[in-house]
Design a protein around this ligand. Structure first.
Ligand SMILES: [Zn+2]
Length: 710
């Protein structure tokens, strides 16, 4: 430290020191001192972070905000013994390599900075970072331009490819009996090996301690960061005109279409429909009703229950989760039936019924109307495909297009319930492969020849990926080996385990993505419900194969996985109100810990029909979280920004919402005039992530650099 610094009454670079003077004063002194020295005014920046491309990024200096940094100096600062650190980082790198491989092969996202670290180890060139001009909000507005007719799209010609489903995975052939297209998929044996390897890895003692320590350190570091910088963050937010928490983009990253309206809305809709459409034939019955008809009108349905529109109340509807649903997923599922009647669920909440899902479409469009009115909220709605019959996709797409169920604020995910055992018991299917064929064959066919399923081709533009849903707490044997029956042989009554479902969905999505990418069509991501309950192996399977997950509650019990989810910034859509009714009391939710540590969490509603009261359920979710956990406006905007990043809206739309450069690392990717997240917070997260990655990769990088030198 130079002699000039002795004039300062406070040393700015000492580790851990809390400043005695406001930082503005210290920094202005520092700048004066540097000006006197005649050198360029170097900005305070965390030393020795970032590698490779980052260093060549010559405009990076303009993106370094001033704030009080929490810094640990010294050589050996990980808190672990040298040999423990070495073995821990070796195992972590192995895990990251596994995920990198599966994400790359399936065309899902993997963070560029981890990729750079991995590439510098193996000496392979990393993917290039594309830089864009820093456009202003004037020439790149926050509202993307409206689309015209949403169902208008180009139809590629039939390319005549052949499809074959072998042992549960589709393959594509260029012509009949021709060579198989080389779309690489990790085979079952590879997956089983990787899965077993990961399961031993997360149980490794020293690695568990290492990750636990890092996570605790990150929590404490965040606390100090907030103590030191809270006022600066707030000041930065105040300095941005027009933007506040209400008008930043938020995406509800996990919500089911069948329960996206609140209970009052559903009640009002049922009453209104009973008045206007009482004579409409809505359902067929097997047994004859008293007046001898087999078709029932809406009025008949209500008469059979001895109810009139006037009688109906929210209490009678009985769709809200309550204390009786805690740890009772079966009771919770029954709440989907208004007044306990599955017939009403069928009439009002299904896309495929006697009236072609007309009421369900109307109801959802009312939700869309409210959504567009509120402007800044967006949904990723789940619609079901069960895999019981091959025409489900066509019917679903037909429903969406005939009823024009589209909104700029909404994208679809397809949820596949894990119900093989039930279909098998009812003889709907013979083996597990039939489900996979019903699920994926139409998608391959429409990729070969879009005009073979025209409605589906149009509909798929707005489908962003797949979800896997059901009660995770059902007993199962979570592990299997490569001698497990393949889907064509799986014909016993037992349900396959969670990771078996995931692997076969992943394998088919991978082939499909390659094929669709080759044809210039949109690809799909895999974002299952995972870690809500049940075995932790679910989270291992998702770490290997899925871009992001919903819930992730069990990560709180597995430090190694939590640390890995952090390093890879895997999106976790959390629904603390839903958990509060089903699996975990609100005050025990791990969300505030995850957020403090910097995991990529977002808030979502899951089922507004069962859990929420107002017509803005997502705001309700934010509001309760903010009050219970005392979240700052900066925390809330950070959650909102995470939700947009995790979401499946297109790159183009995200550029409008977050800024043209949102894919760049750190502050360079943040446009505060759109996100309202202070550069200080973004910079803190980025620097923390880089220093964690440096800790993990440190020794190995040095070793590989030495190898290169010799
Ligand atoms: Zn859900």
């Amino acid at each position: 430290m130079g002699s000039e610094f002795h004039q300062l009454s406070n040393e700015v670079s000492a580790p851990y020191e809390f400043p005695q003077f406001p930082i503005e004063q210290i920094e202005s002194k520092l700048l004066t001192v540097q000006k006197e020295k005649g050198g360029p005014a170097a900005l305070p920046r965390e030393p020795s972070i970032g590698i490779g491309a980052e260093l060549e990024d010559d405009d990076i200096d303009q993106f370094v905000p001033h704030f009080q940094r929490v810094n640990i100096t010294g050589d050996d600062n990980s808190g672990a013994a040298t040999e423990d650190l070495q073995s821990a980082s070796k195992l972590l790198i192995q895990a990251l390599t596994v995920r990198d491989k599966y994400m790359r092969i399936s065309r899902q996202k993997f963070p560029a900075n981890v990729d750079r670290f991995l590439s510098s180890l193996s000496g392979k060139p990393a993917d290039e970072v594309h830089l864009l001009d820093k456009a202003t909000i004037e020439d790149h507005p926050i509202h993307p331009p409206k689309v015209g007719d949403p169902w208008e799209c180009e139809f590629l010609p039939n390319n005549g490819y052949e499809l074959k489903c072998v042992q549960g995975v589709f393959s594509v052939y260029e012509k009949p009996n021709g060579p198989k297209k080389n779309f690489p998929v990790p085979n079952l044996e590879t997956f089983v090996t990787d899965m077993q390897h990961m399961c031993t890895l997360i149980a490794d003692g020293p690695l568990k301690s290492f990750c636990y320590r890092r996570l605790s350190y990150m929590s404490s570091k965040f606390q100090i960061h907030v103590l030191l910088n809270e006022l600066r963050e707030l000041a930065a937010q105040k300095a941005v005109p027009h933007r506040d928490f209400y008008n930043v983009r938020k995406v509800d990253t996990h919500i089911h279409a069948a329960s996206c309206m609140n209970q009052k809305h559903l009640l009002r809709f049922i009453k209104k429909t009973l008045k206007t459409d009482g004579e409409e034939m809505v359902t067929k019955v097997k047994e004859k009703v008293p007046n001898g008809k087999t078709d029932m009108t809406l009025r008949d349905v209500f008469e059979s229950m001895n109810l009139t529109a006037y009688d109906l109340t929210v209490d009678m509807l009985d769709v809200h989760a309550d204390r009786n649903t805690f740890h009772r997923f079966d009771k919770f599922n029954a709440k989907y039936n208004p007044i306990g009647e599955s017939r009403l669920r069928e009439v009002f909440m299904k896309t495929d019924n006697h009236i072609g899902g007309k009421y369900f479409a109307k109801l959802i469009k009312e939700v869309f109307f409210d959504l567009e009115d509120s402007k800044y909220q967006n949904l990723e709605l789940r619609l079901s495909i069960y895999g019981r019959s091959p025409d489900e996709w066509d019917k679903l797409a037909e429903w969406a297009i005939t009823n024009d169920v589209y909104s700029d604020n909404v994208r679809w995910l397809i949820q596949v319930p894990r119900l093989y055992d039930i279909y098998r018991a009812n003889s709907c299917v013979e083996n597990f492969q039939e489900i996979l064929e019903n699920l994926f064959k139409p998608l391959f066919e429409v990729t070969v020849d879009p005009s073979s399923h025209p409605a589906l081709h149009r509909f798929l533009q707005y489908v962003i990926g797949f979800d896997s849903v059901d009660d995770e707490s059902k007993p199962e044997n979570p592990m299997f080996d490569e001698t497990v029956q393949t889907p064509d042989e799986w014909s016993d009554r037992e349900n396959p385990p969670y990771s078996y479902y995931l692997y076969y969905m992943f394998a088919n999505i991978t082939v499909l993505n390659h094929f669709r990418e080759e044809r210039g069509l949109n690809t799909f991501v895999f974002r299952p419900h995972c870690g809500e309950a049940g075995s932790v192996q679910h989270l291992v399977a998702a770490f290997i194969m899925c871009e992001s997950i919903s819930h992730g509650l069990l990560l709180r019990k597995v430090p190694v996985l939590q640390y890995l989810y952090y390093l890879c910034q895997i999106g976790i859509a959390m629904s603390p109100l839903s958990n509060n009714s089903l699996f975990l009391n609100y005050n025990r939710s791990p969300l505030p810990d995850y957020l403090a540590r910097g995991l990529n969490v977002s808030l979502s509603t899951d089922d507004p029909l069962q859990f929420h009261f107002t017509k803005e359920p997502l705001m309700e979710e934010y509001s309760i979280a903010a009050q219970v956990w005392k979240l700052s406006s900066c925390d809330m905007c950070e959650l909102a920004r995470n939700s947009v990043i995790t979401s499946g809206f297109s790159h183009h739309v995200k550029q409008h919402w977050l800024g043209p450069n949102y894919t760049r690392d750190g502050v360079a990717g943040n446009d505060m005039t759109r996100t309202n997240v202070p550069d200080i917070r973004v910079s803190y997260r980025y620097e923390t992530l880089l220093s964690e990655l440096s800790t993990v990769f440190g020794d190995h990088l040095n070793a590989s650099l030495e190898d290169e030198a010799t």
